[in-house]
Design a binder for this molecule. Sequence first.
Ligand code: OSB
Ligand code: MG
Length: 373
Amino acid sequence: MKLERIHLYHLRMKLQAPFETSFGRIDSRECVLVEAFGEGLVGYGECPADRDPGYSYETCGTAWHILSEFILPEVIGRDFGNADELQQAMSFVRGHQMAKAGLEMALWDLLGKAQGKSLQEMLGGGYERVAVGVSVGLQASPETLVERVSGYVAQGYARVKIKIKPGRDVKDAQAVREAFPGLRLQVDANSAYALGGAGMEDALHLLPLDALNLLLIEQPLAEDDLWEHSKLQKQFATPICLDESITTPRHARQALEMGACRVINIKAGRVGGLSQALAIHDLCQAQGIPVWCGGMLETGVGRASNLALASLPGFTLPGDISATDRYYAEDITQERFTLNADSTIDVPKGAGLGVEINWKALEKVILAKHETG
Ligand code: OSB
Ligand code: MG
């Protein structure tokens, strides 16, 4: 597939409700949409970096810079038979995984459309629908949190993740567990127990979580740390799950080798693309480590990709892939994803990502456009 022209769109989309994590509160979410033209076809990819460097160092600004100044000039006019060839061509750029992932997704979409194959088929996924859950942000109090969770449970979500931070952790989780004794429940700290250098000591305040029958505790310590997580995991019966700390297949292998986690959250954006997500999936599957598909409040483009990825056999835990309604009143794809009664969402079947752009909706949310080629 020859990449003839590439457009970038910086988008800002209003969320249905503010989303608060240990690193901040947002009312709207930004991303960079990649539009790639080749052989008479057009493919789309979503770079999930947000406006602020709170989750990772990458932002829409850094992704824009890395893509427009370095990666696009390198790849325009070149032919790529698969994602590995593109990764090879982008390997001169250190890091910037989300920037690379956005372009890689657009290439998968193009290749799928050219071959008449869905992304799911290309990746080797099987299931027609994937088990999903919902990620609930920090609320004003444990009472409002329980109310919020009740709303999602009523909608049919059978797995709930709540965000935690120091001072808003054990009590919040206890309140939800008390209200929903049988709910599949997990918590996500987004590195909040590494602030001020306290780390381990702070995170040991979470030990009472072991009594709550949680599926996992996600990313308590620093975003670049494996070693302290390996020490922490030994203190907890509940599996530690790493999100931020796993940015390459190599880090995944090292994390498993040192026992830094017992579960991995895979986000194609965070690890540099679907090809890298696939490599981490294969590694974990070979070692019997459960994985699940994380989310970054994606648009319909990224959500289609997440659903295809989550249909691979090693994704044995429900993903952070909720219905479109949970995020956006209006999405940039024609397709809106809905929750089935069994807390699953259908995997798109069309060629490539299997979604079509809703241009009327897209045009309303474009902040900037860049053209190369
Ligand atoms: O840590 O999983 C995370 C959203 C933005 C950035 C990081 C995270 C999240 C979520 C939301 O938890 C998951 C989703 O529903 O997309
Ligand atoms: Mg997370």
